[in-house]
Design a protein around this ligand. Structure first.
Ligand SMILES: [Fe+2]
Ligand SMILES: [Fe+2]
Length: 552
């Protein structure tokens, strides 16, 4: 009996080892590990989800023909229809770790019946894949309920170690618990280095049992633009756009990166938030997307409007504001009734209060909720905090996580889970009965003006006294606690021989004498204007909170 147990354990270990062997660090060869037999099978949509299905796969060079064979599930496979696939050569960039090539094949099945289960396989002259099944979407505008999955930041966390075991565990566990999920959204940073093919090879292997069965709709992250391990050089995310075929309805120059589609009674808009990485190589990307999004949302009459982009305007990571992103995309989403914005990038799970015009609100539907998805891969950050705009926050240090979104007529519920299924959060918007939604009481107005830096309240002495030397002086200038402000940034402030000095990152700044003062509590304060001029911070007074908010 004992021997049998040992034998079983060894067999299990061997199976796990073999099963993981192609996504935990496997190197790629000059064929990028592609063979004459098809693999990297992935479903996406590039046309109506109710009546079409796009299928993509990979082979080595030299394969002459590929096709997708499809038949209604449960019916005789002899009645299958065959759709020829088109091949596009793919070559790794000159900067990649491996120089190699393969063929990427795509076919779009058309004239399918809505809400119908189909089986399919892909084949070449050298072999065929296993058979998989998918279900077509509902007729446009259908109120039929459905669920989809959202994953954030599946990257390995190590540029030279493309280990996608955590992503594998997360995506397979989420799908196993939600076999009725119709598709998944991945909100960016699929891989650690977007122009290192080894990462993509292992990413596909890790997700293969899910993405061959439900469409994977991509949202591009900043890591998809990285050319080198040091993240010094960026390029268009060509590895991503070559491997995922999506709707071609976005603004010019952003094919595969910006697009929208309808599923049931919901509208999905996907944007590229990588202004920092792409503006220097391809020009600004945010302004033209804002115009496109405004038009796209205006034309949609769907009950639900959901927007996806990678970098979040409402961050959790220390000192990582996205003020430009917030100012360009936020007003478009909030003024066009977007219910939820799904983001990634910060690897935490967080949900804001409903927000409109910088106001934190309580009632679902009164503003846009920004949901940061958390990590589905191995990478964690150790400087995440709950910010003033967060109604929910969880730092997934211990486990990766995922979201489910259930839309049932006028009711939408988004839930967050740890990879082992432990529930983290549940938030409901009910458009028929708003009182049945999740009410999140927005922060009350503070009696005394608070200082907020990057969404964090300054502790202790940062509380600005309204007695004596007030927060606002006779000229209407705000003054804040200099030492608390600089300490938050990792610097310091001091008063020496009549001059106030700020020290930060090896630099020192002398504050003009009319912009620094001791208040009545003997606290050294400096004006908000000095903080702007010397350190580059923007600031605004939030009257609803009675807080002076700084970010840059
Ligand atoms: Fe990111
Ligand atoms: Fe990331």
């Amino acid at each position: 009996m004992k021997l049998a147990l040992v034998s079983t354990s060894l067999a299990l270990l061997l199976w796990v080892s073999l099963a993981c062997a192609d996504f935990d660090g496997t190197a790629v060869d000059a064929n990028l590990n592609a063979t004459a037999r098809p693999d990297h099978i992935v479903l996406t949509w590039s046309d109506d989800p109710a009546t079409t299905q796009t299928v993509s796969f990979r082979t080595a060079l030299g394969v002459a023909a590929g096709s997708v064979v499809c038949w209604q599930a449960g019916k005789d496979a002899d009645e299958a229809a065959s759709q020829a696939a088109a091949a596009t050569p793919f070559r790794t960039a000159a900067t990649d770790q491996v120089q190699g090539s393969c063929l990427l094949w795509t076919a779009t099945l058309t004239d399918l019946e809505p809400m119908t289960r189909y089986s399919y396989l892909v084949r070449t002259e050298a072999g065929r894949s296993a058979a998989y099944s998918f279900t077509t979407g509902p007729r446009p505008g259908s109120p039929a309920p459905f669920t989809f999955l959202v994953f954030g930041d599946s990257q390995s966390g190590a540029p030279r170690n493309p280990d996608y075991r955590v992503w594998h565990e997360t995506v397979t566990a989420a799908y196993a618990r939600n076999p009725d999920a119709r598709f998944l959204m991945n909100v960016g940073d699929f891989v650690e280095v977007g122009h290192y093919y080894m990462h993509w090879n292992n990413w596909f292997a890790a997700a293969r049992d899910v993405i061959a069965c439900i469409p994977e709709m991509p949202v591009q992250g900043n890591h998809e633009t990285y050319v080198d391990a040091e993240e010094k050089t960026t390029a268009k995310p060509t590895y991503l756009t070559a491997q995922f075929r999506v709707f071609a309805n976005g603004p010019e120059g952003l094919g595969g990166q910006t697009y929208s589609f309808d599923y049931g009674d919901a509208h999905f808009a996907v944007l590229d938030s990588q202004e920092d990485e792409e503006a220097k190589i391809a020009g600004p990307v945010l302004p033209k997307q804002a115009a496109w999004l405004a038009d796209d949302l205006t034309r949609s009459a769907k009950t639900w409007k959901l927007v996806f982009f990678h970098k979040t305007p409402f961050y959790n990571k220390a000192a990582r504001a996205n003020e430009l992103l917030k100012s360009v995309l936020g007003p478009v989403c909030e003024s066009h009734g977007v219910d939820l914005v799904f983001n990634g990038h910060d690897h935490g799970v967080s949900r804001t209060y409903p927000i409109k015009n910088n106001r934190l609100l309580s009632q679902p539907g009164d503003g846009t909720v920004y949901y940061v998805t958390g990590r589905s891969g191995a990478k964690t950050y150790d400087d995440l905090t709950r910010k003033v705009w967060d109604a929910f926050f969880y730092d997934p240090q211990d486990q990766s996580c995922y979201l489910t979104v259930r839309i049932d007529g006028p009711r939408l519920t988004v839930r967050a889970f740890q990879a082992d299924g432990t529930p983290l959060d549940s938030y409901t918007i009910d458009k028929k009965d708003p009182s049945a939604g999740t009410i999140t009481a927005a922060p009350a107005r503070f009696n005394k003006t608070r200082t907020v830096v990057y969404g964090d309240f300054l502790p202790g002495q940062a509380l600005i006294s309204k007695s004596g030397s007030a927060a606002q002086d006779a000229q209407g200038t705000w003054f804040v606690d200099a030492r608390a402000f600089m300490s938050y940034l990792g610097g310091s402030a001091s008063y020496q021989d009549g001059t106030t000095w700020l020290f930060l990152a090896g630099k020192s700044y002398a504050v003009p004498s009319d912009r620094a003062r001791f208040n009545s509590d003997k606290v050294l304060t400096i004006s908000a204007g000095a903080i702007h001029d010397l350190l580059g911070f923007q600031y605004r007074y939030d009257d609803a909170l009675n807080a002076l908010c700084f970010a840059k």
